[in-house]
Design a protein around this ligand. Structure first.
Ligand code: N7H
Length: 494
């Protein structure tokens, strides 16, 4: 495919029937079984793979289903459609079993983070593997089935049927079902999730009359090679001075042929300490003399409704939160040199700093997120902070480099108290923004965030937030490669 054809791309330029559906669109899911397995009989499993591939839900199918859902909503139907889905990924160990050394490249073709695997990388990310569930440290995970449905029992029944069909070729290492919360779309701390996603050039419809380089207003279109192998990625103007306005990089040939139309997937089982978070907000807001809801919003960068602080600095705005044409249409730097609207360390600013840094610096670090909550709702009557239930987010994200995308965002941005670099106060003096209060993690847990108090619209009171505990803990993680559907059903994989 030439760069020119991709510029004003009809979606047919992306091989949507071959790309797994969770990667670019997101499988329809009110429940999702994560079934981690070990391959016991390699040759028998390879024989089964084409039949399994035939069950995989493609991007094309996922898009069709979006249309079906839209039409059902338009006809005022509240019924959950019975849509079952399946996607499949393999760890480096699993791919090694299927491909053999001769098809795995010389070690430089594959992302080093993927090759080493999540347990090996845990220390460098600040994870504490002592609290990981056994399955994730067992060294047995070769692959994962993502099985989705309208409710847990239906997704679980579908997963059981698939597992039964695979017979003795695999054994289950760990399985858990995620599900949407009663307040649908909201994660365990109560915030609307899935508001901001990178638009995909050639797939996401430009809908901003003011800027054809955006999908929804504020949603920059990113070249698909950032998320799927075999397409142009974003350009780095220092490397590619000829990069066009759309910042198109060269067509990235997949490092190995079987990687075409595939993607790397990061899975993290992130436990959220909801009662601990609530108690922290109560106490610290009182210490700082501010509203606890405002403090929480300043830690996240959005209000529970999804409204961004930059556009709603002092109170939630439900209309804005629900308005897709407005809730992502903002930048940080211009209107906010004193962090009056949004702290530099707020979660959404750390993980997507928008105009805080240059275009290539930020757009080559994007993630397509596709997680789902897990665990039961807080039992307000009986639950205590010392014995919190296990609940949180099955975090999933897709990219073509785990090292340069997910790990970079977690390590160089969220965990790094000095990022965003080079900020100065209006009267001189440098700023140390602090850690991402939601996901930042450091070994001694001495985390800070600069300027919890907004000083909005005026004021110059300096403040700092100290956090001696984490509210989010990884309790398991694994890195996968999600091959194309054709690669799943043919040699060298099958
Ligand atoms: Fe985050 N939260 O509830 O506070 N996240 N996140 N995330 N996150 C976002 O825009 C949350 C995690 C990103 O484009 C929102 O969808 C929680 C990890 C990115 O403006 C909320 C957990 C990583 C964005 C949360 C968690 C990221 C984003 C706003 C863990 C990657 C988009 C709603 C339990 C390392 C930023 C939205 C943008 C948004 C929360 C994890 C990254 C509310 C609770 C591990 C890139």
């Amino acid at each position: 495919m030439s760069i020119q054809t991709l510029k004003s791309v009809p979606s047919s330029d992306l091989y949507l029937s071959d790309i797994q559906g969770d990667i670019l669109i997101g499988l329809q899911k009110d429940a999702e079984v994560f079934l981690f397995f070990e391959i016991e009989d390699v040759s028998a499993f390879k024989v089964m793979l084409p039949a399994l591939a035939a069950l995989v839900t493609s991007c094309e199918k996922t898009m069709e289903r979006e249309g079906v859902i839209r039409r059902a909503k338009a006809s005022q139907s509240n019924a959950r459609l019975d849509l079952l889905g399946l996607n499949i990924g393999f760890t480096a160990a699993g791919l090694g079993k299927l491909l053999g050394d001769e098809n795995f490249g010389d070690g430089t073709d594959v992302d080093p983070a993927f090759l080493e695997g999540a347990p090996e990388r845990a220390d460098s990310l600040g994870d504490d593997t002592d609290i990981w569930l056994e399955g994730f440290t067992s060294g047995r995970i070769d692959g994962v089935l993502l099985v989705t449905g309208p409710e847990p029992t239906k997704a679980e029944a579908h997963a059981a049927t698939i597992l039964q069909a695979l017979g003795n070729t695999v054994s289950q290492v760990y399985a858990e079902t995620g599900k949407t919360r009663p307040q649908r779309g909201h994660e365990a701390f109560g915030f609307l999730d899935g508001v901001s996603q990178p638009g995909i050039r050639g797939l996401t419809q430009p809908q901003n009359p003011m800027d054809p380089e955006q999908g929804l207003p504020g949603q920059d279109l990113i070249h698909p090679g950032e998320f799927v192998f075999g397409y142009p990625g974003q350009a780095d103007p220092e490397v590619e001075p000829e990069a066009t306005k759309e910042m198109v990089g060269p067509v990235a040939e997949p490092p190995l042929p079987w990687m075409r139309d595939g993607s790397y997937m990061v899975f993290r089982r992130l436990e959220q300490k909801v009662l601990t978070f609530r108690a922290f907000l109560e106490e610290e807001a009182a210490n700082l003399g501010m509203d606890k809801g405002l403090l929480a919003a300043r830690m996240v960068g959005r209000w529970p409704s999804g409204a961004p602080l930059v556009l709603a600095p002092l109170q939630d705005d439900f209309g804005l939160g629900a308005d897709k044409m407005a809730n992502n249409d903002f930048e940080f730097l211009g209107p906010d040199p004193m962090q009056r609207r949004c702290p530099y360390a707020a979660h959404i600013r750390k993980t997507y700093p928008r105009d805080d840094i240059n275009e290539a610096g930020v757009q080559t670090r994007r993630l397509r997120r596709a997680g789902i909550p897990f665990g039961e709702e807080v039992d307000e009557e009986t639950e205590t902070r010392d014995a919190e239930g296990s609940r949180g987010l099955m975090f999933v994200c897709y990219q073509t480099s785990i090292t340069d995308q997910f790990e970079f965002v977690q390590n160089a941005w969220a965990n790094n108290p000095d990022f965003v670099f080079g900020k100065t106060r209006p009267n001189g003096g440098s700023v140390r923004p602090g850690h991402d209060p939601i996901i930042g993690q450091v070994a001694d847990n001495q985390r800070t965030m600069d300027e919890p108090i907004p000083n909005y619209p005026v004021g110059d009171q300096r403040s700092a937030l100290g956090m001696t505990q984490r509210f989010v803990n990884a309790t398991g993680a694994a890195y996968f490669f999600m091959p194309s559907i054709s690669a799943l059903s043919s040699a060298p994989l099958a």
